[in-house]
Write a protein that binds this ligand. Structure first.
Ligand code: HDE
Length: 713
């Protein structure tokens, strides 16, 4: 058995360590009989007939025509012809993983939801991360919002928290969603661009719809190019309710915070990765789980007492607003760990069907008009995507809680309902299944009895009217380099917009109302007249900056799980490699040895050295940092190798930590680079690691950014 298989097997076992799923494979198979293992089994048709020849169609003679009676070939080809299902309208590209959620304590004062009561209970989850705009085969690292959808398989039924990696949304009312999506999707005539928003229809729409201003600035920020799926925050976006056993309701905003910290790619890196490793994010998630670097997020809530609903400068029901953490801090509730990769992408990640309307007793909705529309949309879309209303019976969607009701038949029904009475009340089946009255625990679902006394109207509340204050708060809260990235992103995207009137409208009607400095810089980059002032009066707000919004403040205090490339050629000092690998391992970081080709190297001591890949096979964009060990011959070879030099220049340009050991220090001259806080050189590996690891821990050497612009990599 290979080492990889052992790790996969171990993580699979770990993932089943919950009360509901078993903690052995045998138990898992008993609970999930649909997980099919063909090991040791005969090849059979779908009717169970053993197949003798899977190589040849039945023909009239070995050179003759094929025969229609070949039921084996026809069954195989027919099934193949129907293998595809429609991809999701939005969020088509995604990656998923299994795991569990564990509450930090008993939160019964807040909610009666059972999975938040007992720290000993592990609730299984399935998570799907996604991009929004691109089709199923599009790149992972495009500039886009990321979906962050979690299905909790609780004992009281499934709870789906279907969120994003940004805390707000583009529109305020669900009725605008098809307009927004049609605008952001590729242009209708040529289906360009795939995966991105840098085109006319998107900017036409958002420049005409100022309520999108806040979310668009998030989408132009580094948040839209996350480093990995496990380095993203998640947000429920809408205001929800938590309701306790006494019936007390409080408003909440859900937050997921990754324990690995929140950080991003840099734009050039993201673009290169889209070509060099289209699957970068899904690969990273998969490998992290296989190597048992289990990704973790803390679930927390901002809690607002019912009587404080109207205490804010914005409306809690407006999904284009966030509640600054400086105003309402986050109360941690528990932790989610992802520790098992799916067995089958289609059956699990592709067929999982989330719906914000899947809630359990103790959780309830607010009247956010975007959320209200979503409650309808998700089930509706599954009906055409998954072929009928029985998608809840698919293995990945089945609740662990039993389900019985009078719903019958329809496409792909797999439950064999035994009763005679598919209606309620009935006397024929003894009245079963029966309603359960609400109760403190284990009761039937009861909606929060909110009092509503209103006119039936199509109207937006005036309290939804401030579109720019929070976009400004976001911009003001960024560090200088984050602000520069935002200016660059608007300039890049609007630079791709063909119609000048659209560019000018975004600058004058949107950006100038967010921040004049921002608008002027973008106008300058686009060659547009400088706006003199905004078109909307600036509202007075109590908070000028929210440090919690800047990723500078969200870094972890560790280099755990970070990936370091070690560049070497024949004649390398293998002792330096060993010392660096050992030091990285001690910190929980990973190293890969890369050579000019995939062939083994000969170290300075004459011993053969296996490499993990060639430098071209694992480009610098796939790593967090680079180490070049000494050894005169190796360093000489690398110094004359364009691929190696480009590797280092690119890592430098992407502001990564680089350590040059021993003779490798000479490469500074070849590359025409100077040392800085993250470009370190020296003889002793032990001494080097201190500055090297500190720089990796800072994620990027931001102080280098202006200088790195001159580097032509
Ligand atoms: Fe979605 N959204 N959405 N959305 N959404 C879908 O459902 C929709 C919105 C989100 O990994 C679709 O099963 C409407 C906000 C995620 O499978 C669809 C509106 C947020 C995913 C749909 C919104 C999201 C979806 C497409 C405005 C963040 C992927 C396929 C009223 C809070 C889930 C599907 C997965 C998917 C509708 C707005 C998150 C068409 C009508 C806001 C993470 O039903």
């Amino acid at each position: 058995m290979s080492t990889k298989k052992t790790a996969a097997e171990k993580s699979r076992l770990a993932g089943t360590d919950t009360p509901d799923r078993a903690n052995t494979n045998a138990k898992l198979d008993r609970l999930e009989p649909f997980r099919s293992d063909a090991t040791g089994q005969a090849l059979r048709t779908n009717q169970g007939v053993k197949i003798a020849d899977n190589q040849n169609t039945l023909k009239a003679g070995d050179r003759g025509p094929s025969l229609l009676e070949d039921f084996i070939m026809r069954e195989k080809i027919t099934h193949f012809d129907h293998e595809r299902i429609p991809e999701r309208i939005v969020h088509a590209r995604g990656a998923g993983a299994h795991g569990f959620f564990q509450s930090y304590g008993n939160h019964s004062a807040l909610t009666k939801a059972g999975f938040l009561q007992d720290p000993a209970k592990k609730t299984p989850v399935f998570v799907r991360f996604s991009t929004v705009q691109g089709p199923r085969g599009s790149g992972d690292t495009v500039r886009d919002v990321r979906g962050f959808a979690v299905k909790f398989f609780t004992e009281e039924g499934n709870f789906d928290l279907v969120g994003n990696n940004m805390p707000v949304f583009f529109i305020q009312d669900a009725v605008k969603f098809p307009d927004f999506v049609h605008a952001v999707k590729p242009e209708p005539h040529n289906e360009i661009p795939t995966g991105g928003s840098a085109h006319d229809t998107f900017w036409d729409f958002v420049s005409l719809v100022p309520e999108s201003a806040h979310m668009v600035i998030w989408a132009m920020s580094d948040r839209a190019i996350p480093k990995s799926l496990r380095s993203m925050q998640g947000f429920g976006v809408h205001t929800f309710r938590l309701v306790n056993a006494e019936g007390t309701s409080r408003f909440v905003k859900f937050h997921w915070r990754p324990t690995a910290g929140t950080c991003s790619l840099v734009w050039d890196e993201a673009q290169k990765l889209a070509g060099k490793d289209t699957d970068h994010h899904r690969r990273d998630l998969w490998e992290a789980i296989e190597t048992e670097d289990y990704p973790e997020w803390e679930l927390g809530v901002q809690i607002i007492e019912e009587q404080h609903e109207h205490d804010f400068e914005f409306d809690l029901l407006d999904p284009t607003k966030l509640i600054p953490e400086e105003i309402v801090p986050i109360t941690p509730l528990g932790k989610m760990t992802l520790n098992r990769n799916p067995d089958n992408f289609f059956a699990e990640t592709e067929q999982v069907a989330f719906c914000p309307g899947h809630i359990v007793p103790g959780i309830d909705f607010s009247n956010d008009p975007l959320l209200q529309g979503r409650l309808f949309s998700y089930t509706d879309t599954q009906i055409s995507r998954l072929g009928g209303p029985n998608f809840h019976e698919l293995p990945i969607n089945r609740p662990l809680a039993p389900f019985h009701n009078g719903q019958r038949d329809a496409q792909h029904r797999s439950t064999l309902d035994k009763g005679r009475a598919a209606y309620e009340p009935n006397s024929i089946d003894g009245g079963w299944p029966k309603e359960t009255p609400p109760a403190a625990q284990d009761g039937g679902f009861e909606s929060y009895p909110e009092r509503i006394d209103a006119n039936k109207i199509r109207q937006r509340s005036e309290s939804f009217g401030d579109h720019f204050s929070q976009a400004r708060l976001f911009f003001n809260s960024m560090s200088p380099h984050e602000q520069e990235h935002i200016i660059a992103a608007y300039s890049f995207e609007l630079g791709k917009v063909e119609r000048e009137a659209i560019r000018a409208r975004e600058v004058n009607d949107i950006l100038a109302n967010i921040d004049l400095g921002l608008a002027r810089r973008v106008a300058e980059n686009l060659g547009l007249p400088t706006p003199a002032k905004g078109t909307v009066a600036v509202r007075k707000t109590s908070l000028k900056r929210s440090p919690a919004l800047s990723q500078v403040n969200l870094l972890p205090d560790t280099i755990k799980t970070r990936k370091v490339a070690i560049l070497a050629a024949n004649g390398v000092d293998s002792a330096a490699i060993d010392a660096m690998k050992k030091a990285l391992k001690a910190e929980g970081a990973h190293a890969k040895l890369l050579g000019p080709t995939s062939a083994p190297l000969k170290a300075a001591n004459g011993k053969p050295l296996a490499v993990d890949a060639s430098m071209e096979g694992m480009p610098s964009v796939a790593f967090d940092a680079v180490f070049v060990p000494g050894g005169a011959a190796s360093v000489n070879a690398l110094g004359g190798d364009g691929v190696a030099l480009h590797y280092l220049l690119e890592a430098y340009k992407h502001l990564k930590a680089i350590a040059l050991q021993g003779e490798a220090e000479q490469l500074l001259d070849v590359l025409k680079l100077e040392k800085d806080a993250g470009l370190v050189a020296g003889k002793d590996v032990g001494a080097l690691t201190q500055a090297f690891f500190a720089a990796i821990g800072q994620h990027r050497v931001w102080a280098r950014e202006a200088k790195a612009k001159a580097v032509p990599a």
